[in-house]
Every structure is written in C-alpha cells, then in structure tokens.
Design a protein around this ligand. Sequence first.
Ligand code: ADP
Length: 185
Amino acid sequence: MTQKIYSQGSAPIIWISGLSGAGKTTIGRELIALLEESNFSPYLLDGDVLRGGLNNNLGFSLEDRNENLRRAAEVAKILSLAGVTPVCCFITPTNDARSLVNNLMVDFPFVDVFLSTPLSVCESRDVKGLYAKARAGIIKEFTGISSPFETPESPTLEISTDGVSVNYCASKIMDKLKEIFPDSF
Ligand code: ADP
C-alpha cells in the first residue's frame, strides 16, 4: 500500500487521557481499527506496555509520571515522523503533565482527547481490580484515590464513555480528525 503523505510532513498524534478504567485502551483499539479502514498506519502506544519496558525504571511519583509521559511523547513524535499514527493511551493526571506533553507537540499535528468518565463509573468497572487494591491501601499513589487527577481545561475533544458504545466514542475521535486534518483523509 502507498504510504500516506501528510500535509504537515508527519502523521497525526492522538493522545487519549483519563482515569484508570475510563476506556483509553478499549477506545484506542477501536480507533486503531477505524484508522486502518481509512488507510492510516496506526500504532497503540499504551502506558501499561511502556511501563513494562522503556519506562520500567519509573514509579508513580509526580516526577516519575512526568518522565513517563515525556518519553512516551518523544516516542510518539518519532513514530509520527515515520508516517505512523500513534494512538497514545496515558492517564496524564495533572495540568503540569498536560503542558509538558503539549509543549513537546507544538510542531506536530496533535489531538488531545479527554475521556471524562466519572471516577464512580471507573471504580465500578474496576477492570483490573486496581481500585479495590487502592482503597485497601495495597496500591499507593493511585490516580483518583490517593494521587491527584486534575480535569483538563481545554482538550481538543472530551468524551464521557458512560452509557455509550465503544464504537460511538472512537467514531467521535475520527470525526474530529476529519475536521482538523481534512487533507489526511
Ligand atoms: P483504561 O485504558 O482507561 O484504563 P480500559 O479500556 O482498560 O480503561 O477499560 C475500560 C472498561 O470500560 C472496559 O471494560 C470497557 O469494556 C468498558 N466500557 C464500557 N463502555 C465503554 C465505552 N463507551 N468506551 C470504552 N470502554 C467502555
């Protein structure tokens, strides 16, 4: 297949933030499928996966979380320059962390999606049993419970996943991409 040529010289970078259990990975995977249908070459850059390798020397202090995101953002930029569309799934808990990522992305086609799924919904889903462990004090510095999560002030797109389908949420992101980067479609 012919590689897509992007008007800005690099492929779009999609950054999905939100609490654990908000739906980042689930929507990220669905978005990958939709992007492939539109002939993009997407790649899921998942916080949990990066923490298993590249970032396995980092913990969950605010300083380490920022370093985790800085490295992730730099990897995303390399992928973008190579014509790959990174779908980045990271909690991105603070305004400080968001500024850090945004500043690294100034010369890139960047879309910042905030999944505003309420904490109560994320906790009731408790996909990996992490909220129960955080409430029991077994996991320290858990975002939303014992570590801060600040609501983003001006994301490109905000979606609450409560009561709507995964496909609906991923399609909303596709619609936004078509609106911002019409030449890429
Ligand atoms: P995160 O990556 O943000 O930690 P996950 O994607 O691992 O979250 O888990 C989200 C959970 O919520 C999954 O079990 C998923 O099936 C469920 N869910 C229900 N509705 C939605 C939706 N509209 N979008 C995304 N996930 C949803």
